[in-house]
Design a binder for this molecule. Structure first.
Ligand code: F6R
Length: 369
């Protein structure tokens, strides 16, 4: 049931503190060491991995992009992300030291399944991050790391996305631990930060009133843009996808650095632009660059709708609206910054009178190629 919410999507957005909590549960011991028992691949084999390829479609592929940043940061293993349906057709280079990580909520997406089969045939090791017990992709993979988001009913993915990102962090930390890339104290710190995420998501959900009001006022917009850098980039892509899917508004996500290479020509008076800002406590240059991107679009007349970390005063001067999320390390920020964009899309689609759970032309599980 919808549990008193207006749609399954709203319910699932509100399920997210629990989806993250459940996905973290039971995966580390008292010493803060990760124990991923479901990963039935010989640890010695995983130590030999010299390349990781993440395969997925749609929202799951954006979770994969977040995974790339985290895995490369913690494990120092070159990691690429590819849309599963593009992968097979480019004659990819794989061998038995390649680890293929597929991400799929349903575990039945045909494009992803075919890519995993292909990777196995080439000798790669395959791990599936999946939300559906016993589904096809995990059955055909060497190992599985389940997300515990619970069943996702709304076609537009929300809680599965956050759970996928959470599982990908765990996988990255596990590989780093195994390979000795990271100190156990550092793993403990990240796990502690992850443990605080559910309460922080709850804070965002509880404070979403002004964001919902803004969404309702924007029901007649023709086009909305989303900018982000680093892990904020896949969040921008996800924010745009949610809006296209359920509100049928043209939306595009860009890497903020690409602006001057073309997209800035789209900016005119009154164009709404969401900007996902990294923590000001992180790498200085990253934060400063995004703030200057806000300034650039504002100077050309854009309405700047900014998602930033609590306490970030620097964004205020150039923002029409700022929606703050609680403090967290930059690498983990997608678990927070995605939430306002999901709420924005759901509220706007509802304001337009659309069926938020069953958008036109889409199916929950895409079992054809
Ligand atoms: C977007 C959405 C889709 C799915 C994609 C992959 O909201 O739900 O983009 O993410 O079709 O589906 P799974 O994860 O089941 O493989």
């Amino acid at each position: 049931t919808k549990g008193g919410f207006s749609s399954f999507m709203e319910k699932e957005i509100h399920d997210q503190p629990d989806a993250v909590r459940q996905t973290l549960l039971g995966r580390s011991d008292l010493n803060g060491n990760l124990t991923l028992d479901e990963l039935r691949i010989d640890p010695e084999e995983l130590k030999k991995v010299n390349k990781i390829i993440v395969l997925a479609c749609g929202t799951a592929a954006y979770a994969g992009t977040v995974a790339k940043y985290a895995i490369e940061n913690w494990c120092r293993i070159p990691t690429e992300v590819e849309l599963a349906h593009e992968f097979r057709y480019r004659d990819p280079i794989l061998d038995d030291n390649t680890l293929v990580v597929s991400i799929s909520q349903s575990g039945e997406t045909m494009d992803t399944l075919m890519a995993v089969r292909y990777a196995r045939e080439q000798g790669a090791k395959t791990i599936s991050i999946c939300n559906t017990n016993g589904s096809t992709i995990p059955r055909e993979s060497d190992a599985v790391l389940y997300t515990h988001a619970g069943p996702e009913i709304a076609v537009a993915s929300t809680k599965a996305f956050l759970a996928q990102i959470t599982a990908a962090y765990l996988l990255g930390l596990y590989l780093a631990q195994l390979r000795g890339n990271i100190f156990s104290g550092q793993i403990k710190d990240v796990l502690a930060d992850l443990g605080k995420i559910p309460a922080k998501i709850q804070t965002i959900l509880d404070g979403a009133g002004p964001l919902r009001e803004l969404a309702r006022s924007m029901a007649n917009e023709q086009s909305i843009l989303f900018l982000g850098r680093h892990v904020g980039y896949p969040v921008a892509l996800e924010g745009a996808l949610k809006l296209k899917e359920i509100a049928y508004i043209h939306a595009e996500g860009f890497a903020a650095g690409e602006l001057k290479h073309g997209p800035i020509a789209l900016i005119d008076e009154g164009k709404p632009v969401f900007v996902v800002v990294p923590s000001p406590r992180g790498r200085d240059s990253l934060h400063a660059k995004v703030v200057s991107n806000i300034q650039e679009v504002r100077a050309r007349g854009a309405r700047t709708l900014v998602i930033a970390e609590e306490g970030d005063e620097a964004v205020k001067a150039y923002a029409e609206h700022v929606f703050y999320v609680p403090e967290t390390p930059t690498l983990l920020m997608p678990l927070l910054t995605t939430v306002p964009l999901q709420i924005f899309a759901a509220e706007l689609a509802a304001a337009k009178g659309y069926d938020v759970d069953q958008p036109r032309n889409l199916a929950k599980s895409v079992t054809v190629e």
